[in-house]
Design a protein around this ligand. Structure first.
Ligand code: ADP
Length: 500
C-alpha cells in the first residue's frame, strides 16, 4: 500500500491511534532514559574525579606525615617515603591535568605544581646537604610550604565534593521534573485516546438505548475512525434488515387476519344483501299496485342497505391496504363493533360478545392498526372461549399513575395522566403462568400447526408500543384472560368514524 494512504488509514482508525499513543509514550520513555543515562555518566565521571582529588589530598597528607616524622625522628626512611609521595603527587597532577581543570583554575594548578616542586627542592637539598644544616634552618619554610600544599589539595577535594553535591541536587530536581512531565504527558495522551475511543462508544451506547425505545431510528457516533464507522454501518444495515423483516411479518400477519375476517365479512354482507333482495322482490310483486310513497320507502331501504354493504367492503379494503402510520381520533365503539362482526364467523356465532364502550369515546390512533389489534385480541378470545363462552370488551378514559396490573409491556407503561383503557376479557381456559411471559414473543403459539403463527400478540404489542401505549395481561388458568390496553389521549385530533 502507498505509505501516504496507509498513514491516512491509520490516522483514521482506532488501532492507528492506540499504536500512535503507544509509540509516543515509548518515545518519551526512551528519550528520558537516554537523558538520564547521560546524566548518570556525568555524575559517574564527577565521582571518579572526586576520588582522584581525594587521592591527591591524601597523598599530600602522607607527604606531611613523613615530613613531620622525619623532623621528629631524623629517620632516612621517612625522608625517602616523603620523597616518594612527592613524586606520586607530581605524577597525579601531570596525569590528571585536564580533569583537575574542572575543579581548580589553571593558575591554582600551576601554583600547586610550583609549591610541590619547591617543597621537593627544599627537602632534597636538605637531604643532600653534607654539612647537615640544623633542621631549624629549613623547618619553618618547609612547614609553611606543606601547609599551603595541604590547603590547595583540600580545597580541590572540597570543591569537587561540593560540585558532586550540586550535581546530585540538580539531578534529583531533574528526575522529579521529568517524572512529573512524563506522568502529565501520559495522562494527556491517555485522556486524548480515551476521548477518541470511549466517547464514541458512550454515544453509541446511548444511541442504541434510544433505538431500543424507538426514540431514534439509526445509530450514530461522533467519530471518523474506521472501526467505529464500520460498526455503525453494520448496525444500521442490520436495523434496516430488521425493519424490512418486521414489515413483512406484519404484512403476513395482516393477511392471516384478513383470512379470519373474510368469513365474518361474508356473514356481515349477507344481511344487507338479503334486505336488498327482499325489498326488490316486494317491489317487483307490487309494481303498479302500491303507491309512490311505499315504492320510495323500499327504494330508500335498498339504497341504505347498498351503502351498508359498500361500507363493509370499504372497511375490508381499508384494512387490507398498506399505508403509512397516520394518527387520527378514532371512535372506539363502531370500530370494535365492526371488528367483532368481521371476526366472529359461523362457529363463534354461539359465543356472547358484550360491548361496554361509551358512544363518544375516541382515541388518537391509526384506525387500521388499531383494528388489527382488536382483530387479534378478539380472535384469540373467541378461539379461547369456544361456543357458549363470553367476551366483554370495555373501554373508558381514566387518569393513570402507574402501570396496569399483570405482565405489562410497551412504551407507555410508565406514563402518568389521561389515557384510554380498553380491555378484552374472556371466560375461557386462561393462560398458564409459565407461558404468560412468552405470549408476546414472535412465533410463540400453543396452537396446533396450521392454526396459529404465534404472531398475533407480537403484532398487538408492536402496534400498542408504536402508539406510545401499554399492554398488560392478567390471567388465572380456568378463569379466563383479560388483556388491557392503555393508549395516551390527545383530544386535539379530528374524529373519524368507522362506517359500519
Ligand atoms: P396464535 O394465536 O397464532 O397462537 P398469538 O400471539 O395471538 O398467536 O397468541 C400466542 C398464544 O397466547 C396463543 O397460542 C395462546 O396460547 C395464548 N393466548 C392468547 N390469547 C389468549 C386467550 N384469550 N386465552 C387463552 N390463551 C391465549
Amino acid at each position: 500500500m502507498v505509505p501516504a494512504i496507509k498513514g491516512a488509514l491509520l490516522r483514521h482508525s482506532l488501532r492507528g491511534k492506540i499504536t500512535l499513543g503507544y509509540y509516543a509514550v515509548a518515545a518519551i520513555i526512551l528519550v528520558a532514559s537516554l537523558f538520564f543515562v547521560g546524566e548518570l555518566r556525568t555524575l559517574e565521571a564527577r565521582v571518579v574525579l572526586g576520588q582522584r582529588a581525594t587521592d591527591l589530598f591524601n597523598t599530600v597528607l602522607e607527604i606531611r606525615r613523613f615530613e613531620r616524622n622525619y623532623f621528629l625522628h631524623h629517620q632516612a626512611a621517612d625522608l625517602e617515603e616523603n620523597g616518594r609521595y612527592i613524586t606520586l603527587a607530581q605524577d597525579m597532577l601531570t596525569a590528571n591535568r585536564a580533569d583537575f581543570s574542572a575543579i581548580a583554575t589553571q593558575a591554582r594548578l600551576a601554583e600547586l605544581r610550583t609549591l610541590l616542586n619547591s617543597y621537593q627542592r627544599q627537602m632534597s637539598a636538605f637531604a643532600a646537604s653534607t654539612d647537615r644544616r640544623p633542621i631549624e634552618s629549613i623547618e619553618p619554610h618547609v612547614r609553611m610550604l606543606g601547609q599551603e600544599l595541604v590547603a590547595i589539595a583540600e580545597d580541590m577535594a572540597g570543591s569537587e565534593r561540593r560540585q558532586i553535591q550540586t550535581t546530585l541536587a540538580s539531578f534529583r530536581t531533574l528526575l522529579l521534573g521529568v517524572i512529573l512531565c512524563m506522568a502529565l504527558l501520559i495522562v494527556v495522551i491517555g485522556r486524548a485516546l480515551s476521548q477518541r475511543v470511549v466517547r464514541p462508544l458512550k454515544e453509541m451506547e446511548s444511541s442504541v438505548a434510544a433505538i431500543s425505545t424507538h426514540r431514534r431510528e439509526t445509530l450514530s457516533a461522533p467519530s471518523n475512525d474506521r472501526e467505529i464507522l464500520s460498526i455503525i454501518a453494520a448496525f444500521n444495515h442490520m436495523l434496516k434488515e430488521l425493519d424490512l423483516r418486521q414489515k413483512s411479518l406484519m404484512r403476513s400477519e395482516r393477511l392471516a387476519s384478513l383470512g379470519t375476517m373474510l368469513s365474518g365479512v361474508a356473514h356481515e354482507l349477507n344481511n344487507p344483501l338479503s334486505n336488498i333482495s327482499t325489498s326488490c322482490q316486494i317491489l317487483q310483486e307490487e309494481v303498479g299496485e302500491c303507491d309512490a310513497a311505499t315504492q320510495k320507502m323500499y327504494l330508500e331501504q335498498i339504497d341504505q342497505q347498498t351503502g351498508r354493504a359498500r361500507n363493509i367492503v370499504r372497511s375490508l379494503l381499508d384494512f387490507s391496504r398498506e399505508r403509512a402510520f397516520r394518527k387520527e381520533a378514532v371512535l372506539l365503539r363502531p370500530l370494535v363493533a365492526q371488528t367483532v362482526g368481521f371476526v366472529r364467523g359461523e362457529v363463534s356465532a354461539k359465543s356472547v360478545v358484550k360491548l361496554s364502550i361509551p358512544e363518544d369515546l375516541s382515541v388518537p390512533a391509526d384506525a387500521q392498526r388499531l383494528q388489527q389489534v382488536f382483530v387479534n385480541l378478539i380472535r384469540n378470545a373467541l378461539e379461547g372461549v369456544g361456543p357458549g363462552g363470553q367476551i366483554v370488551i370495555s373501554a373508558q378514559a381514566l387518569r393513570v399513575n402507574g402501570p396496569p396490573e399483570g405482565t405489562a409491556l410497551g412504551a407507555g407503561c410508565e406514563t402518568e395522566g389521561e389515557m384510554v383503557e380498553i380491555s378484552v376479557a374472556d371466560n375461557g381456559p386462561g393462560i398458564a403462568p409459565e407461558i404468560l411471559p412468552r405470549i408476546f414473543d414472535p412465533f410463540f403459539t400453543t396452537k396446533e400447526v396450521g392454526h396459529g403463527m404465534g404472531l398475533g400478540l407480537f403484532v398487538v404489542y408492536e402496534i400498542v408500543d408504536e402508539h406510545g401505549g401499554c399492554i398488560a395481561v392478567l390471567s388465572t388458568p380456568g378463569h379466563g384472560a383479560t388483556f388491557r390496553i392503555r393508549l395516551p389521549r390527545d383530544n386535539a385530533l379530528p374524529v373519524t368514524e368507522t362506517g359500519a
